[in-house]
Design a protein around this ligand. Sequence first.
Ligand code: PLP
Length: 346
Amino acid sequence: MNIHSLPRLPLATLPTPLDELPRLSQELGVRVVMKRDDLTGFALGGNKARKLEFLVADALEKNCDVLVTGGGVQSNHIRTTAAAARKAGMDAVGVFFASPGGVARHHADADAVLKDERDDVREVNGNLLLDEILGAQLIYAQADKLETEQVIQRACDDLRAQGRNPYLIPVGGSTKLGVISYMLAVGEMLEQVRAQNISPDAVVITTGSCGTHAGVLAGMKFYGADIPVHGITVSRPRAECLERVARLVSETAQFLEREIVVNENDLIVHDEYIGEAYAKITPAARAAIQRVARLEGIFLDPVYTGKAMAGLFDLAGRGTFAPGSTVLFWHTGGAPGIFGFPRDVV
Ligand SMILES: Cc1ncc(COP(=O)(O)O)c(C=O)c1O
């Protein structure tokens, strides 16, 4: 399978910039450059636009007419999926799992929940507001992540029973097609570092459902680049991330019929920056969001990239990233989440 000839629906504005962060670098004693996937453009940007280029193209090839996926109430993934569905002429269903910021409930009739209970459940802001503008059908599942996958499955069954042809996108869009999108993003980034004469000693990336991390790691192998990829997990424990990243890389390699060898040493995940829970702010993430905004005029988000940047700061402070070394922070977006958790960021 040729990675360059897979069906792809253009959504993102590519290449995204690779920016120097001189003021932050000076303060930190480590040179930080930033891959600006917050600026992928489509539907307010972020990493999911890259994944959805391949996922939506696949859905169209399979003649699907509705995208079904899940995530937290302030999910960037659901927002971008709903927008991509609309651009491709499809409908979208988003299943929310219980997460901080409100009670989640299960209702078979999602519209009824929205009309009758929505305002009691939570404020409609940030990504949730955008989901509603897009007219996505939203289901509040009173479930953890695992059960949510079952609710997503059930939503697909219901749609099929109604004569629809749903395309199921697992939480986070972390499938082999999602991984491939980030392998290609590594090709894009490597061209930029070459052109800009930058030699990154490490990449720092946010690890959630693990597809982006897996894609960046697989991309390094694919393009023969030897840059360690440090994932900062914001939800799953380290062991689970290691297993998921390795599995996603190996499934993708199989699909592409290529050997992509990932050793134990290649799998680097830090889980000490999650804090109390997914989507619960930490003081270090709040400080990182403010520091990057106040030094560079760039917004991170409270759920994902704020925690990842807090990890970068801490690892630099502890010497994991040596003074004078160059760290590439892969900004994966999420800014609409700022408006979903306003009290977390100031
Ligand atoms: C802003 C942002 N960054 C990072 C991630 C994590 O990406 P992945 O789920 O591929 O690990 C997400 C996932 O939702 C996200 O929304």
